[in-house]
Write a new protein. Sequence first.
Length: 625
Amino acid sequence: MELPRRTRGDELLKPGELLDLRQRLRRLAPRHDLTTVIACAFDHRTRMLPFIFADLRMVPAGVRAIGSAMVDSGFHKTRIVLQQWNKGFRPSRMRLDGRVPDLFMVSSMDLHMQRRMELIRDACRIAPADRPLIIAGGPRSIYQPWDVFSTDPADPASADVVVRGEEYVLLSLLEVVLSHRAENEPVRSAFLRARDSGALEGIAGLMYPQGDREGLAQRLVDTGVQRLLGDLDELPDPVPGYAMVEPASRRATLGSQPVPAERIGKLSPISSIVLTLGCKFACPYCPIPAYNQRQYRTKSGERIAEEFWRLHKAYGLKYFFGADDNFFNNKDRTLGIVETLARAQFDGVPLRRRARWHTEVTVHDTLRMKDHLRLISRSGCRALWLGVEDMTTTLVKKGQSVDKTIDAFQRLRAVGICPMPMMMHSDPQPLYTRGSEYGLLNQIKILRQAGAVSLQVLMLTPSPGSKLHDETYTSGQVYESVGGRRIQPYMVDGNYVVASRHPKPWRKQFNLLAGYLYFYNPLWLLVALKHRKTKVAIKPALMQVVGMLGLAHTIRRTLGWGLRLMWGRIRRRTTVPASPIPIRVLDGASAGQAPKPDSPQPYISLGVKVLAESQTHRKDPAATA
Ligand code: B12
Ligand code: SF4
């Protein structure tokens, strides 16, 4: 199931609302000497293609955005800890400014949720009188917020509250809690009083427990879907977000200082950055349109140019990755941004000499921009990830076709932009077809000939928050376990076959490896080296090296699963994941489709459906846009 839609016209915050909140907090902050630790959960078992190496070399934008919002609001004693770099970190041992922090926040994607729970469990070891207020947030919390609340009396560790939204929701929560806080009162105790007085009910985008018994929630309160920030120029400056990152270490404790500014560019050379959010397509297997309430939100070109420059000046960052769902979504807005970037100059230096950027788009919109690709290249764009999925549109239709894809790829290469296809493999697609373009290898061959520089092939895999989810479960496609091994959250990333109707699912697993092997191999490295004098220069050869190393990891991690699929007994799920704790949805907070109050809620939505049964268009939600 998708996130419910707010009442039309009430999807967005009013212009200036976030700015006002930031100012109010700055006035409140001096009375509260808060210390905050924001952890980014990361499960190292997820390290493989297509994003291996990028995953550790990119401080995620989510935790940086939350850190920046804290500093901007006047709470400077904030530290960001990445499990990517600090596997041994133990919240129970953390001290900041010589004391247990007032706030402990955890951000997580779905696939890292086991690590998130370990962090929360460890934070709950802190004596109740000292325990920080524990706040969960990030992509996992948006669709399945209930799973940080324990139902096990033997293991009652839980977060205190889930923020199911962006900066505005967190800052609103802080404002209310701090307004209830007496002098020197622990923040968690102020939170509990504010919560019990009903003061949090007006903040859309929260979930918190009510009626504890033996430390377990008897009921959860859902305050409804957040209102989104429409004008992204109102967001806090992203520069402080890097200045509070904990250095990489094996220690359980925090270091005395964050990473020095001059080391950031080396440790995290790629900077993910919010440029636009939202997508006009409505692929039923994708959570993004509903998350964005069908809105398209952007920063101005001026603001983006300034952020690139300031991040470059502060940390030496040169490579930026847009957190876009579909950067070319709106032609006029795209042109506004790229024209500004192409002509921007700072200190007499053209910005494009200092900033190279990359992002995600669709084939359809790339062709709509075809007369402007030279300008886009001049603005500093060097690679675009395109959701190709299946070029024959047998699986997914979103304006692509073999000819259009080839056309788009060749045009991008001609202006020096690397086309990076994202493909999706599904049950009906064979590895190879004779006399048609449908087979996986047939398509990879076409893409390579058209100039693809890298490759992503993922298996069509369930994703929370998409329209098609429920029947994916109820129709029994999702595996519970294979050969006695349960499906773990870290495996639901498109690299493992975990939902399929294929009689021989191991073939699907090995097809993924065959696709990568066909694309990344020494032969194509030699070919790429031979053709290094094209507009994209040495990049295809470098990607071959990265791809081959990544493939070694992917084989190591998924080969055993392929064998298990071959020999093991497959048990399937037929029920939709739901909260075991009843949820009270506050009246008026969610739009019409909100689930009924006080009943277990099947929020999660996984968009997988076998094509043989339905020709609905879909795409791997892992490969957005
Ligand atoms: C850039 C990106 C990547 C990059 C970079 C990741 C990184 N290290 O930064 C790369 C390419 C590596 C990547 C990889 C993957 N990605 Co990705 N990626 C994105 C993308 C496009 C942008 C993320 C981003 O920077 N957003 C901008 C920040 C500011 O937004 P945010 O993280 O959501 O944070 C905001 C809120 O969530 C909230 N928040 C976040 N954390 C916290 C914490 C607290 C305490 C609070 C209060 C609030 C809060 O506030 C933030 C500010 O508004 C998103 C889609 C999107 N548009 O967001 C997908 C997305 C995050 N990716 C997704 C997926 C599935 C994947 C992969 C599994 C794909 C794959 N099969 O390989 C891998 C996972 C790799 C791994 N091992 O972790 C999914 C996650 C779905 C989910 N529910 O968990 C997303 C949401 C796309 C989707 N389908 O909707 N990805
Ligand atoms: S899959 Fe891509 S194109 Fe389709 S709705 Fe999601 S972001 Fe848009």
